[in-house]
Design a binder for this molecule. Structure first.
Ligand SMILES: Cc1ncc(COP(=O)(O)O)c(C=O)c1O
Length: 435
Protein backbone atom coordinates (compact mmCIF):
# COMPACT_ATOMS: atom_id res chain seq x y z
CA UNK A 1 0.00 0.00 0.00
CA UNK A 2 1.25 3.50 -0.82
CA UNK A 3 2.02 5.65 2.18
CA UNK A 4 -0.55 8.48 2.17
CA UNK A 5 0.04 9.77 5.70
CA UNK A 6 0.48 13.42 4.73
CA UNK A 7 -2.38 13.39 2.24
CA UNK A 8 -4.71 11.95 4.88
CA UNK A 9 -3.69 14.62 7.41
CA UNK A 10 -4.10 17.36 4.81
CA UNK A 11 -7.55 16.07 3.95
CA UNK A 12 -8.63 16.37 7.60
CA UNK A 13 -7.64 20.04 7.72
CA UNK A 14 -8.88 20.77 4.18
CA UNK A 15 -12.34 19.42 5.04
CA UNK A 16 -12.63 22.13 7.72
CA UNK A 17 -12.54 24.84 5.06
CA UNK A 18 -13.52 23.17 1.76
CA UNK A 19 -16.62 20.97 1.27
CA UNK A 20 -15.25 17.41 1.18
CA UNK A 21 -11.78 18.94 1.38
CA UNK A 22 -11.64 19.63 -2.35
CA UNK A 23 -12.27 22.32 -4.94
CA UNK A 24 -13.99 20.06 -7.47
CA UNK A 25 -16.27 17.10 -6.59
CA UNK A 26 -14.33 14.92 -9.04
CA UNK A 27 -11.16 15.19 -6.92
CA UNK A 28 -12.70 13.60 -3.85
CA UNK A 29 -11.63 9.96 -3.58
CA UNK A 30 -12.76 9.56 0.05
CA UNK A 31 -11.06 10.60 3.33
CA UNK A 32 -8.38 7.91 3.04
CA UNK A 33 -7.54 8.21 -0.66
CA UNK A 34 -7.89 11.85 -1.68
CA UNK A 35 -4.42 12.83 -2.80
CA UNK A 36 -2.60 16.14 -2.36
CA UNK A 37 0.14 16.90 -4.83
CA UNK A 38 3.57 18.37 -4.47
CA UNK A 39 4.45 18.86 -8.13
CA UNK A 40 4.34 17.62 -11.71
CA UNK A 41 7.10 17.46 -14.27
CA UNK A 42 6.72 16.08 -17.78
CA UNK A 43 4.52 12.98 -17.56
CA UNK A 44 5.23 12.41 -13.86
CA UNK A 45 3.60 13.56 -10.62
CA UNK A 46 4.74 13.50 -7.01
CA UNK A 47 2.28 13.61 -4.13
CA UNK A 48 3.00 15.20 -0.76
CA UNK A 49 4.07 11.80 0.63
CA UNK A 50 6.72 11.48 -2.08
CA UNK A 51 4.89 8.83 -4.15
CA UNK A 52 5.67 9.14 -7.85
CA UNK A 53 3.12 8.42 -10.59
CA UNK A 54 3.19 8.18 -14.37
CA UNK A 55 0.30 10.51 -15.08
CA UNK A 56 -2.36 9.52 -17.64
CA UNK A 57 -4.97 11.95 -16.31
CA UNK A 58 -3.00 15.08 -17.16
CA UNK A 59 -5.48 17.17 -15.20
CA UNK A 60 -8.31 15.60 -17.33
CA UNK A 61 -6.48 16.41 -20.51
CA UNK A 62 -4.95 19.88 -20.59
CA UNK A 63 -1.27 19.06 -20.21
CA UNK A 64 -0.75 18.02 -23.82
CA UNK A 65 3.01 18.68 -23.74
CA UNK A 66 3.55 17.59 -20.13
CA UNK A 67 3.54 19.28 -16.73
CA UNK A 68 5.74 22.34 -16.28
CA UNK A 69 6.85 22.44 -19.92
CA UNK A 70 9.60 25.09 -20.00
CA UNK A 71 8.58 26.43 -23.44
CA UNK A 72 5.16 27.39 -22.07
CA UNK A 73 6.09 28.36 -18.52
CA UNK A 74 8.82 30.70 -19.72
CA UNK A 75 6.53 32.37 -22.26
CA UNK A 76 3.95 32.98 -19.51
CA UNK A 77 6.47 34.27 -16.96
CA UNK A 78 8.11 36.52 -19.55
CA UNK A 79 4.72 37.91 -20.59
CA UNK A 80 3.46 38.77 -17.11
CA UNK A 81 6.62 39.71 -15.23
CA UNK A 82 6.18 43.38 -14.33
CA UNK A 83 3.44 43.83 -16.95
CA UNK A 84 0.15 43.04 -15.21
CA UNK A 85 -2.49 40.53 -16.23
CA UNK A 86 -5.95 42.05 -16.85
CA UNK A 87 -6.99 45.55 -17.82
CA UNK A 88 -10.60 45.51 -19.09
CA UNK A 89 -8.97 46.44 -22.40
CA UNK A 90 -7.59 44.39 -25.26
CA UNK A 91 -4.12 42.94 -25.62
CA UNK A 92 -2.39 42.60 -29.01
CA UNK A 93 -1.64 38.94 -28.28
CA UNK A 94 -5.37 38.05 -28.46
CA UNK A 95 -5.39 38.38 -32.24
CA UNK A 96 -2.21 36.31 -32.54
CA UNK A 97 -3.89 33.42 -30.73
CA UNK A 98 -7.12 33.88 -32.68
CA UNK A 99 -5.17 33.84 -35.96
CA UNK A 100 -3.41 30.61 -35.00
CA UNK A 101 -6.74 29.00 -34.12
CA UNK A 102 -8.22 30.11 -37.37
CA UNK A 103 -5.26 28.63 -39.30
CA UNK A 104 -5.48 25.34 -37.43
CA UNK A 105 -9.23 24.69 -36.96
CA UNK A 106 -11.34 24.22 -40.11
CA UNK A 107 -14.55 25.86 -38.79
CA UNK A 108 -12.92 28.85 -37.12
CA UNK A 109 -13.15 32.24 -38.83
CA UNK A 110 -13.74 34.20 -35.64
CA UNK A 111 -12.96 33.45 -31.99
CA UNK A 112 -13.93 34.71 -28.56
CA UNK A 113 -11.88 33.75 -25.50
CA UNK A 114 -13.15 32.64 -22.11
CA UNK A 115 -11.71 30.74 -19.16
CA UNK A 116 -13.11 27.21 -19.02
CA UNK A 117 -14.86 24.61 -21.11
CA UNK A 118 -18.00 25.30 -19.09
CA UNK A 119 -17.98 28.94 -20.10
CA UNK A 120 -17.35 28.00 -23.73
CA UNK A 121 -20.33 25.63 -24.00
CA UNK A 122 -22.53 28.11 -22.13
CA UNK A 123 -21.73 30.98 -24.49
CA UNK A 124 -21.90 28.94 -27.63
CA UNK A 125 -25.42 27.72 -26.86
CA UNK A 126 -26.51 31.34 -26.49
CA UNK A 127 -25.08 32.16 -29.91
CA UNK A 128 -26.99 29.26 -31.46
CA UNK A 129 -30.23 30.17 -29.69
CA UNK A 130 -29.99 33.79 -30.64
CA UNK A 131 -29.11 32.98 -34.25
CA UNK A 132 -31.94 30.50 -34.79
CA UNK A 133 -34.47 32.08 -32.40
CA UNK A 134 -35.13 28.54 -31.14
CA UNK A 135 -34.52 27.27 -27.59
CA UNK A 136 -34.01 23.51 -27.45
CA UNK A 137 -30.85 21.58 -28.19
CA UNK A 138 -29.94 17.97 -28.80
CA UNK A 139 -27.19 16.28 -26.80
CA UNK A 140 -26.18 12.61 -26.69
CA UNK A 141 -26.09 9.94 -24.00
CA UNK A 142 -22.66 9.70 -22.34
CA UNK A 143 -21.62 13.27 -23.10
CA UNK A 144 -20.42 15.91 -20.65
CA UNK A 145 -20.21 19.61 -21.42
CA UNK A 146 -19.26 21.20 -18.10
CA UNK A 147 -21.05 22.41 -14.99
CA UNK A 148 -23.59 25.01 -16.13
CA UNK A 149 -27.25 24.22 -15.66
CA UNK A 150 -28.22 23.81 -19.33
CA UNK A 151 -25.97 20.80 -19.88
CA UNK A 152 -25.93 18.96 -16.54
CA UNK A 153 -28.23 16.24 -17.84
CA UNK A 154 -27.74 12.55 -18.40
CA UNK A 155 -29.93 9.69 -19.43
CA UNK A 156 -32.00 7.73 -16.92
CA UNK A 157 -30.10 4.69 -15.62
CA UNK A 158 -30.95 2.10 -12.96
CA UNK A 159 -28.60 -0.74 -11.98
CA UNK A 160 -26.51 -0.26 -15.11
CA UNK A 161 -29.57 -0.39 -17.37
CA UNK A 162 -30.98 2.60 -19.17
CA UNK A 163 -34.62 2.34 -18.25
CA UNK A 164 -35.93 4.23 -21.26
CA UNK A 165 -36.13 3.12 -24.88
CA UNK A 166 -33.31 4.21 -27.14
CA UNK A 167 -35.86 5.65 -29.58
CA UNK A 168 -37.02 8.04 -26.87
CA UNK A 169 -34.47 8.42 -24.04
CA UNK A 170 -35.41 10.52 -21.02
CA UNK A 171 -32.97 13.19 -19.89
CA UNK A 172 -32.54 13.58 -16.13
CA UNK A 173 -30.49 16.19 -14.25
CA UNK A 174 -27.11 14.95 -13.00
CA UNK A 175 -27.44 17.04 -9.85
CA UNK A 176 -29.88 18.75 -7.55
CA UNK A 177 -30.40 22.43 -8.11
CA UNK A 178 -31.24 22.41 -11.81
CA UNK A 179 -34.41 24.42 -12.55
CA UNK A 180 -37.23 22.22 -13.84
CA UNK A 181 -37.80 24.59 -16.75
CA UNK A 182 -34.41 23.73 -18.24
CA UNK A 183 -35.38 20.09 -18.54
CA UNK A 184 -37.78 21.00 -21.34
CA UNK A 185 -34.94 22.44 -23.39
CA UNK A 186 -32.85 19.25 -23.61
CA UNK A 187 -33.42 16.49 -26.12
CA UNK A 188 -31.27 13.47 -25.20
CA UNK A 189 -30.51 10.95 -27.95
CA UNK A 190 -28.22 7.93 -28.36
CA UNK A 191 -24.77 8.49 -29.92
CA UNK A 192 -23.91 6.85 -33.25
CA UNK A 193 -27.58 6.42 -34.20
CA UNK A 194 -28.34 8.35 -37.42
CA UNK A 195 -31.82 6.88 -37.82
CA UNK A 196 -33.07 8.11 -34.42
CA UNK A 197 -31.44 11.50 -34.92
CA UNK A 198 -33.06 11.99 -38.32
CA UNK A 199 -36.48 10.93 -37.06
CA UNK A 200 -36.40 13.26 -34.02
CA UNK A 201 -35.09 16.22 -36.00
CA UNK A 202 -37.77 15.73 -38.64
CA UNK A 203 -40.45 15.80 -35.91
CA UNK A 204 -39.14 18.69 -33.82
CA UNK A 205 -36.76 20.85 -35.87
CA UNK A 206 -38.84 24.00 -35.42
CA UNK A 207 -37.76 24.08 -31.75
CA UNK A 208 -34.15 22.96 -32.11
CA UNK A 209 -31.42 25.61 -32.04
CA UNK A 210 -28.38 23.33 -31.92
CA UNK A 211 -26.96 19.86 -31.95
CA UNK A 212 -24.18 19.82 -29.36
CA UNK A 213 -21.89 16.86 -29.85
CA UNK A 214 -18.65 15.60 -28.40
CA UNK A 215 -17.18 14.16 -31.62
CA UNK A 216 -15.53 11.44 -29.54
CA UNK A 217 -17.26 10.45 -26.29
CA UNK A 218 -14.41 11.81 -24.21
CA UNK A 219 -16.44 11.41 -21.04
CA UNK A 220 -17.50 7.86 -21.83
CA UNK A 221 -14.22 6.08 -22.46
CA UNK A 222 -13.43 7.86 -25.73
CA UNK A 223 -15.97 5.96 -27.87
CA UNK A 224 -15.40 7.05 -31.46
CA UNK A 225 -17.93 8.17 -34.08
CA UNK A 226 -18.81 5.54 -36.68
CA UNK A 227 -18.38 6.46 -40.33
CA UNK A 228 -21.37 8.55 -41.38
CA UNK A 229 -22.39 9.68 -37.88
CA UNK A 230 -20.84 13.15 -37.85
CA UNK A 231 -21.77 13.49 -41.53
CA UNK A 232 -25.42 12.82 -40.63
CA UNK A 233 -25.32 15.53 -37.99
CA UNK A 234 -23.90 17.92 -40.60
CA UNK A 235 -26.61 16.91 -43.08
CA UNK A 236 -29.59 17.36 -40.73
CA UNK A 237 -28.22 20.68 -39.48
CA UNK A 238 -28.01 21.91 -43.07
CA UNK A 239 -31.46 20.61 -43.96
CA UNK A 240 -33.26 22.08 -40.95
CA UNK A 241 -31.31 25.26 -40.18
CA UNK A 242 -29.88 23.89 -36.92
CA UNK A 243 -26.48 25.04 -35.63
CA UNK A 244 -23.92 22.22 -35.51
CA UNK A 245 -21.73 22.71 -32.40
CA UNK A 246 -18.75 20.43 -31.87
CA UNK A 247 -17.56 20.40 -28.28
CA UNK A 248 -13.82 20.05 -28.84
CA UNK A 249 -12.87 20.77 -25.23
CA UNK A 250 -11.18 17.35 -25.03
CA UNK A 251 -10.46 16.63 -28.69
CA UNK A 252 -9.28 20.08 -29.81
CA UNK A 253 -5.55 20.33 -30.64
CA UNK A 254 -5.23 16.69 -29.52
CA UNK A 255 -6.68 14.40 -32.23
CA UNK A 256 -5.05 16.55 -34.92
CA UNK A 257 -3.82 20.13 -35.18
CA UNK A 258 -7.37 21.06 -36.18
CA UNK A 259 -8.96 18.69 -33.64
CA UNK A 260 -11.68 16.15 -34.35
CA UNK A 261 -13.16 18.23 -37.17
CA UNK A 262 -9.90 17.90 -39.10
CA UNK A 263 -9.37 14.26 -38.09
CA UNK A 264 -12.88 13.16 -39.16
CA UNK A 265 -13.20 15.63 -42.02
CA UNK A 266 -16.53 17.10 -40.89
CA UNK A 267 -16.76 20.85 -40.27
CA UNK A 268 -19.25 22.14 -37.68
CA UNK A 269 -20.65 25.68 -37.53
CA UNK A 270 -19.27 26.45 -34.08
CA UNK A 271 -16.80 24.72 -31.77
CA UNK A 272 -15.60 24.98 -28.19
CA UNK A 273 -11.99 24.68 -27.02
CA UNK A 274 -10.19 24.59 -23.67
CA UNK A 275 -7.90 21.93 -22.21
CA UNK A 276 -5.02 21.34 -24.66
CA UNK A 277 -4.95 24.92 -25.93
CA UNK A 278 -3.05 26.23 -22.86
CA UNK A 279 -1.06 23.21 -21.64
CA UNK A 280 -2.70 23.49 -18.23
CA UNK A 281 -3.07 27.25 -17.90
CA UNK A 282 -6.68 28.42 -17.59
CA UNK A 283 -7.81 29.49 -21.05
CA UNK A 284 -10.70 28.52 -23.30
CA UNK A 285 -12.47 29.70 -26.42
CA UNK A 286 -15.41 29.25 -28.71
CA UNK A 287 -15.27 30.02 -32.36
CA UNK A 288 -16.69 29.20 -35.73
CA UNK A 289 -17.99 30.41 -39.01
CA UNK A 290 -18.22 34.15 -39.50
CA UNK A 291 -21.97 34.04 -40.13
CA UNK A 292 -22.64 32.73 -36.61
CA UNK A 293 -19.85 34.40 -34.63
CA UNK A 294 -20.53 37.79 -36.21
CA UNK A 295 -23.92 37.59 -34.53
CA UNK A 296 -22.15 38.55 -31.29
CA UNK A 297 -21.74 42.09 -32.67
CA UNK A 298 -25.49 42.72 -32.77
CA UNK A 299 -27.38 42.31 -29.55
CA UNK A 300 -25.78 39.26 -28.00
CA UNK A 301 -23.84 39.31 -24.76
CA UNK A 302 -20.43 37.74 -24.46
CA UNK A 303 -17.84 38.94 -21.99
CA UNK A 304 -16.14 38.34 -18.69
CA UNK A 305 -13.61 40.10 -16.48
CA UNK A 306 -10.93 37.47 -17.06
CA UNK A 307 -11.51 36.76 -20.76
CA UNK A 308 -8.32 37.22 -22.77
CA UNK A 309 -6.11 37.69 -19.70
CA UNK A 310 -2.39 37.83 -20.39
CA UNK A 311 -1.51 34.57 -18.62
CA UNK A 312 -4.03 32.56 -20.60
CA UNK A 313 -3.17 34.26 -23.87
CA UNK A 314 0.59 33.79 -23.44
CA UNK A 315 0.05 30.12 -22.57
CA UNK A 316 -2.24 29.55 -25.55
CA UNK A 317 0.07 31.40 -27.92
CA UNK A 318 3.09 29.34 -26.89
CA UNK A 319 1.20 26.00 -26.76
CA UNK A 320 -0.43 26.46 -30.16
CA UNK A 321 2.94 27.51 -31.55
CA UNK A 322 4.43 24.17 -30.48
CA UNK A 323 1.44 22.14 -31.67
CA UNK A 324 1.25 23.95 -35.01
CA UNK A 325 4.94 24.00 -35.85
CA UNK A 326 6.50 20.84 -34.39
CA UNK A 327 5.75 17.14 -34.64
CA UNK A 328 4.52 17.02 -31.00
CA UNK A 329 1.19 15.47 -32.01
CA UNK A 330 2.87 12.75 -34.10
CA UNK A 331 5.00 11.89 -31.05
CA UNK A 332 1.91 11.73 -28.83
CA UNK A 333 -0.03 9.59 -31.30
CA UNK A 334 2.86 7.14 -31.76
CA UNK A 335 3.21 6.81 -27.98
CA UNK A 336 -0.54 6.24 -27.64
CA UNK A 337 -0.39 3.42 -30.22
CA UNK A 338 2.49 1.91 -28.25
CA UNK A 339 0.33 2.00 -25.12
CA UNK A 340 -2.65 0.45 -26.91
CA UNK A 341 -0.42 -2.37 -28.21
CA UNK A 342 1.00 -2.95 -24.74
CA UNK A 343 -2.52 -3.23 -23.25
CA UNK A 344 -3.51 -5.72 -25.95
CA UNK A 345 -0.46 -7.89 -25.32
CA UNK A 346 -1.07 -7.99 -21.57
CA UNK A 347 -4.82 -8.69 -21.79
CA UNK A 348 -4.33 -11.46 -24.35
CA UNK A 349 -2.11 -13.27 -21.87
CA UNK A 350 -4.91 -13.30 -19.26
CA UNK A 351 -7.74 -14.47 -21.52
CA UNK A 352 -10.22 -11.84 -20.31
CA UNK A 353 -12.69 -10.42 -22.82
CA UNK A 354 -11.46 -6.94 -23.64
CA UNK A 355 -11.58 -4.25 -26.23
CA UNK A 356 -8.88 -1.63 -26.86
CA UNK A 357 -10.18 1.34 -28.77
CA UNK A 358 -10.09 5.04 -29.28
CA UNK A 359 -7.84 7.61 -30.81
CA UNK A 360 -4.24 7.03 -29.61
CA UNK A 361 -4.13 10.47 -27.96
CA UNK A 362 -7.29 9.59 -26.00
CA UNK A 363 -7.39 5.78 -25.78
CA UNK A 364 -9.31 3.39 -23.54
CA UNK A 365 -9.82 -0.26 -22.83
CA UNK A 366 -12.94 -2.01 -21.68
CA UNK A 367 -13.61 -5.45 -20.25
CA UNK A 368 -16.27 -6.62 -22.66
CA UNK A 369 -16.91 -9.05 -25.53
CA UNK A 370 -18.41 -6.30 -27.65
CA UNK A 371 -16.66 -2.97 -28.28
CA UNK A 372 -18.96 -0.20 -27.08
CA UNK A 373 -20.37 2.14 -29.72
CA UNK A 374 -22.53 4.19 -27.36
CA UNK A 375 -23.15 4.86 -23.66
CA UNK A 376 -25.66 2.00 -23.38
CA UNK A 377 -22.95 -0.48 -24.46
CA UNK A 378 -20.45 1.08 -22.10
CA UNK A 379 -22.82 0.44 -19.17
CA UNK A 380 -22.69 -3.26 -20.01
CA UNK A 381 -18.88 -3.41 -19.84
CA UNK A 382 -17.34 -4.71 -16.64
CA UNK A 383 -16.51 -1.29 -15.23
CA UNK A 384 -16.16 -2.53 -11.67
CA UNK A 385 -13.26 -4.73 -12.91
CA UNK A 386 -11.90 -1.68 -14.74
CA UNK A 387 -11.99 0.34 -11.53
CA UNK A 388 -10.26 -2.46 -9.63
CA UNK A 389 -7.53 -2.59 -12.26
CA UNK A 390 -7.18 1.20 -12.31
CA UNK A 391 -6.81 1.39 -8.52
CA UNK A 392 -4.26 -1.44 -8.70
CA UNK A 393 -2.29 0.65 -11.17
CA UNK A 394 -2.48 3.71 -8.95
CA UNK A 395 -1.02 1.62 -6.10
CA UNK A 396 1.86 0.76 -8.46
CA UNK A 397 2.57 4.35 -9.48
CA UNK A 398 0.58 4.49 -12.73
CA UNK A 399 -2.22 7.01 -12.65
CA UNK A 400 -5.21 6.67 -14.97
CA UNK A 401 -8.54 8.07 -13.78
CA UNK A 402 -10.15 5.28 -11.72
CA UNK A 403 -13.59 6.29 -13.03
CA UNK A 404 -13.93 4.12 -16.15
CA UNK A 405 -15.75 6.86 -18.05
CA UNK A 406 -12.56 8.86 -18.35
CA UNK A 407 -10.17 7.87 -21.16
CA UNK A 408 -6.40 7.89 -20.77
CA UNK A 409 -4.52 10.99 -21.89
CA UNK A 410 -1.13 10.99 -23.59
CA UNK A 411 1.29 13.90 -23.65
CA UNK A 412 4.48 14.70 -25.55
CA UNK A 413 6.55 13.94 -22.44
CA UNK A 414 5.40 10.30 -22.10
CA UNK A 415 8.45 8.18 -22.91
CA UNK A 416 8.96 4.65 -24.20
CA UNK A 417 10.12 3.80 -20.70
CA UNK A 418 6.84 5.10 -19.22
CA UNK A 419 4.90 2.78 -21.50
CA UNK A 420 7.10 -0.19 -20.55
CA UNK A 421 6.66 0.56 -16.84
CA UNK A 422 2.93 0.89 -17.37
CA UNK A 423 2.77 -2.48 -19.15
CA UNK A 424 4.72 -4.14 -16.31
CA UNK A 425 2.43 -2.61 -13.69
CA UNK A 426 -0.63 -3.76 -15.65
CA UNK A 427 0.72 -7.31 -15.89
CA UNK A 428 1.25 -7.27 -12.14
CA UNK A 429 -2.26 -5.96 -11.42
CA UNK A 430 -3.88 -8.48 -13.76
CA UNK A 431 -2.06 -11.31 -11.96
CA UNK A 432 -3.52 -10.09 -8.69
CA UNK A 433 -7.02 -9.36 -9.98
CA UNK A 434 -7.81 -12.18 -12.45
CA UNK A 435 -7.82 -15.08 -10.05
C1 LIG B 1 -16.24 17.79 -23.69
C2 LIG B 1 -16.18 18.71 -22.51
N1 LIG B 1 -16.82 19.88 -22.56
C3 LIG B 1 -16.76 20.75 -21.55
C4 LIG B 1 -16.05 20.46 -20.41
C5 LIG B 1 -16.00 21.44 -19.29
O1 LIG B 1 -14.74 22.01 -19.21
P1 LIG B 1 -14.25 22.72 -17.85
O2 LIG B 1 -14.01 21.63 -16.87
O3 LIG B 1 -13.00 23.45 -18.28
O4 LIG B 1 -15.32 23.65 -17.43
C6 LIG B 1 -15.37 19.25 -20.32
C7 LIG B 1 -14.58 18.92 -19.11
O5 LIG B 1 -14.08 17.83 -18.93
C8 LIG B 1 -15.43 18.34 -21.40
O6 LIG B 1 -14.80 17.16 -21.36
Amino acid sequence: MLNLTKSKALWQTAAQVLPNGVTSNFRYWGPEDTRFLERGSGAHLWDVDGNEYIDYRLGYGPNILGHGDARIDEAVIEAVRGNGNIFAMSLPIEQEVARKMSEMCPCVDLVRFCNSGTEATHHVLRVARSYTTREKFIMFEGQYHGVHDYVLFTTMVRNDWITTNRRSPVAVPITSGIPKALHDLVIMLPFNDPETLERVVKQSWQDIAAILVEPVLGNCGGITPEPGWLETIRKVCDEYGIVFIMDEVKTGFRLAKGGAQEFYGVTPDLATYAKAMGNGYPVAAFGGKREFMQHITSGLVHGGTYCGNRVGMAAANATLDVLQNTDALETIHARGRELQNAWTEVFERFGVPFSVQGHPALPSFWFTEKPPREYRDWLQTNHSLYEQVAMGLVERGVLPEPDAREPWFLCEAHSHNDIMETANALEDVMKAVVK
